[in-house]
Ligand binder design. Structure first.
Ligand code: OOG
Ligand code: NI
Length: 474
């Protein structure tokens, strides 16, 4: 009998834990941040048993401690395409297109992440992956120099390439192969103190944009942050300085709400680290940082439009304010956005997962017993079935047979990502790169289309609706 293959969920779970261990060893502040987040999460759950219950009901309590995202930046189409194959081994697929040129950063990006309900519940590990856009560099000489340096590196070990090929050929990896794959794949994300270039070259690229130096001058696309999920980002931000971390000025994203929406994020500033450059002259590089996030519900296209326009208004009103004042402006502006699950659902602003309540499950059972009774020719069948008849989903919810749970937002926000990039790469708005969205070019480099995140949420919602209606015989 052939050795059984591990599920991609299992490989992803092990890989994300191994990555976290590696990054804790590389950046001790990340370990301190994990501790802080863990402490705050525990306190929140103790103080709010209703929240603990709700998270448990959504299956989110188990994934909370394991949940994180990371980010990397690569330099060439070949690197990006190979990463797509690497992440596929772990059930992570490209979702969404993010144009950061708008924010003055010469990259465009996608998020590799699991897509179906079961995989997300197991471990939603995501990697925000950016591709450098050399074509946006104005100087032809610098552009060619960067391209030549990138052409000379291979960010994957031979073993990693071989195991990806094996996975594709045989349709999975057994225990021993999976463990080897995890070890080999981790190498791609490791930090290298040795630059591949001399300080002059580094400085020339850095002068164009720090991100270009970060992508081009090293042997690999070091993981630049890993982000745990907190249940109270305001509290973690408040406590960061006491734990020896310098938080960025403001928390990105929507304000604090009774029904959290989308994603709120903050980070501590990137570290200045000593680098061994080729040649005599030595220097430092600033790239790696720590970030935390608080996730809320996924918004529909209509909800997202409302969010984007309110956020735009809040940002215009809060430029230059400190976090407290910024949050007050956000709260004021977002007073217009419903903060009640039923209203959000009825107005079609957020996505939900529908499922039977205990009463709904009992009704199905009674109904199927009644069906069996009817087949046997017994006479009192039909009364239970009658109980669940009536209008659509809203009626079933009102009758207490079906419940609607908000779907968690699993993606990223371009404005927030831009804020995170800028707080770590320096520089504010840089109009030079703006207006250059090019999803087609990105997908061509990737070698595959990116999924539309809204379509994925809509499909998960639709499938859950269909399942409950079917169970209730609708
Ligand atoms: C990625 C920044 C984006 C987020 O959480 O929005 C990001 C990067 O700095 O490479 O990670
Ligand atoms: Ni991030």
């Amino acid at each position: 009998m052939p050795a059984p293959y591990l599920s991609s969920d299992e490989i992803r779970d092990r890989f994300s834990r191994a990555m976290s261990v590696m990054y804790q060893a590389e950046v001790p502040q990340y370990g301190a941040l994990l501790d802080l987040v863990e402490r705050v999460n525990r306190q929140v759950l103790e103080a709010d048993p209703a929240l603990a219950e709700r998270l448990a009901a959504h299956g989110e309590l188990e994934r909370l401690g394991a949940e994180r995202h990371g980010a990397i930046r690569v330099g060439t189409a070949q690197e990006l395409a190979m990463l797509r194959r690497l992440f596929a081994v772990m059930g992570m697929h490209p979702v969404g297109y993010y144009d950061l040129s708008e924010a003055g950063v010469p990259v465009h990006s996608t998020a590799f992440r699991p897509v179906d309900d079961a995989a997300l519940a197991r471990n939603p590990f995501r990697i925000f992956t950016s591709l450098l856009r050399l074509e946006l560099i104005e100087s032809p000489a610098l552009r060619e120099r960067a391209a030549a340096i990138l052409a000379g590196r291979d960010i994957f070990t031979p073993g990693c390439r071989q195991l990806i090929g094996l996975h594709e050929a045989q349709g999975g990896l057994d225990e021993e192969q999976a463990e080897r794959f995890i070890g080999e794949a981790l190498e791609t994300f490791r930090w290298h103190r040795d630059a591949t270039v001399d300080l002059d070259t580094y400085q020339a690229l850095h002068a164009e944009h720090r991100l270009i130096a970060d992508v081009v001058c090293f042997r690999g696309p070091h993981i630049n942050h890993l982000t745990p999920r907190t249940l109270d980002i305001d509290e973690v931000q408040r406590r960061m300085p006491d734990a020896g971390m310098q938080p960025k000025a403001v928390i990105e994203g929507p304000p604090r709400r009774a029904c959290p929406i989308l994603l709120r994020q903050t980070s501590f500033k990137a570290l200045e680290e000593g680098i061994r450059f080729a040649g005599e002259r030595q220097g430092t590089h600033t790239a790696r940082f720590g970030e935390i996030e608080q996730r809320g519900m996924a918004l529909t296209a209509r909800g997202r439009e409302r969010y984007d326009s309110l956020l735009g208004e809040a940002r215009r009103r809060s430029a230059g304010l400190d976090n407290e004042a910024h949050q007050r402006v956000l709260e004021d502006v977002f007073a217009d956005f419903p903060d009640d699950e039923t209203v959000l659902r009825r107005e079609g602003l957020a996505f939900f997962h529908y499922r039977l309540t205990d009463a709904g499950t009992a009704a199905v059972r009674v109904e199927s017993d009644a069906g069996t009774a009817a087949v046997r020719g017994e006479s009192d069948a039909g009364t239970a079935a009658g109980r669940v008849e009536g209008a659509g989903l809203e009626a079933l919810i009102a009758q207490g047979l079906v419940e609607a749970l908000p779907l968690t937002y699993e993606d990223f926000l371009p404005v927030s990502a831009a804020g995170i990039f800028q707080s770590n790469l320096g520089g504010g708005q840089n109009g030079a790169y703006a207006g250059n969205a090019n999803r087609e070019a990105f997908e061509q480099a990737l070698g595959a289309p990116v999924s539309d995140e809204l379509a994925l949420y809509a499909e998960r919602e639709r499938a859950s609706r269909k399942a409950v209606l079917q169970a209730l015989g609708r």
